[in-house]
Design a protein. Sequence first.
Length: 286
Amino acid sequence: MASLIANKLLFIHPPRCGGEWFSKALTNAGVQQYRVGNKHGHACSNIEIYNAMQDPKIKTMTCIRHPAEWYKSYWELKTNKITDINRIEKWGIFEDNSIWHPTWDLDNECFAHTFEGFINNCVDKFPSYLSYLYDDYTRKPAVGTIDYIILTRELEEKAPSWHPTWDLDNECFAHTFEGFINNCVDKFPSYLSYLYDDYTRKPAVGTIDYIILTRELEEKAPSILQECGIALDLDKFLATDRYNSFKKDDVKYSVESINKILSSEIRCISKFNFTTDVENLKDLIK
């Protein structure tokens, strides 16, 4: 959930990134917090979170993890209570009594009887899914309306020195239409889908103040709280047990699957300097 900590720090909670442990650790450490908006909400999905992020006195924080780790963690959670996955043809969706959850696309469209099948469905149906999910949790929303509204016939005369298709212009030239399409799909998968997102919701400006790797949350969060003037019982915070009930030692990537994820999520991998070296992820590979 998004939570306001001591009225000074707003924690935005992406799914499967350690937020539940962090919330429990804060409670154990005697830190006041209360829920803002719906669980896993962010500024683009919830007006309460959106409004809280406009307060200049409130800092913002979130946590993320390497895409390879995230997909493995998601599969482990979804299959945790399934004794024989071959006997089912779909799995349930998170918070099915809610009006929204950020992973419903995966829940509804990416079920498979094997872990590799699940990865293939994610990459094929929702390329760069996690990259765009992280966008929602690591950017601050804009306020107000569009500053300039120009008639299409006046666009050439009044347009600023930017254009939304420059990525295609610079990277996707080809001597044939088919070559152009191949370049677009290879370099910018789901380009138009996300372009439409930009034009049908409010854009983001700036970034979350603190973006922490999930594996570094326990180490770095206390200093961030201190920087924000929030007191806590450090010993009790650090003594909080990690959530580990869904971890499965038998879930491993093949090299092929992990390379598919690295390719599909290259945008967030580049943005947050995640490793692309399979050797550095060898604990995930069978």
